[in-house]
Design a protein. Structure first.
Length: 220
């Protein structure tokens, strides 16, 4: 990426930069999302393991959970893991033709977990049966993230709603959250469909996103 920027200039390297950002975001979710041979060698996903540890405890407590991800491929991987763990769920993505049935099943209490993609779940849903929201990957547009969370905060909600955001420490996810606080316009536009035309990176932005993170102390 740096070589491309140095040889072509920043203006002509946006697609390369965005592709690098996409792969870094994907590997935080699950290496299987990254279509590279080296990524295929990694069989573990710390975030998926954490999720599978969280969900049984939440469901045992009687929680009704909305789980959001930007990546439909990640929702498919989560669904496969849930099937293996015998955890019931319903799913809503942009490919779902019958939106009413999964919503009704969740609202009636037939299933405790609703997997929802960004595009499918941003608007038009009233899921007052939920009392827990999990953002599997950070939505770098805070307005979109809040809009998704609001699916559980609709008229008729009479319970407190708990919100969890799963962010990989020392990763691009942590960096973009920091950058978002300082430069909301850039973070807001990174995920737009026309990002290649709209996102304008500076050298400082690239340093903030791609420079190595400090070492993180971890318990043994």
């Amino acid at each position: 990426m740096r070589a491309a920027v140095n040889s072509q200039g920043l203006a002509r390297s946006h697609i390369i930069v965005l592709d690098a950002l996409l792969k870094l975001r994907q590997v935080c979710c699950d290496p299987r999302l990254v279509k590279l041979e080296k990524a295929a060698r990694v069989k573990e996903s710390a975030k998926l393991e954490l999720l599978l540890a969280m969900l049984p405890e939440l469901i045992e407590e009687g929680r009704r959970v909305l789980l959001f991800s930007q990546f439909t491929g990640m929702l498919e991987l989560i669904a496969a893991a849930l099937d293996k763990a015998a955890i019931p769920y319903v799913t809503l993505t942009g490919d779902t033709t019958d939106r009413a049935t999964p919503v009704q099943r969740f609202q009636r209490g037939e299933v405790p977990l609703f997997l929802i993609s960004l595009k499918a779940g941003g608007v038009g849903l009233n899921l007052t049966a939920a009392d827990t929201v999990i953002h599997y990957d950070p939505w770098w547009n805070p307005a979109a993230e809040n809009q998704a969370t609001d699916r559980a905060h609709r008229l008729g909600q009479d319970k407190p709603v708990f919100v969890y955001k799963l962010i990989a420490a020392g990763s691009i996810e942590e960096k973009i959250v920091r950058l978002q606080e300082k430069k909301a316009a850039l973070a807001d536009s990174i995920l737009s469909e026309d990002a290649a035309e709209t996102v304008k990176f500076s050298d400082d932005d690239l340093d903030a996103l791609f420079a190595p993170m400090p070492e993180i102390a971890r318990a043994g």
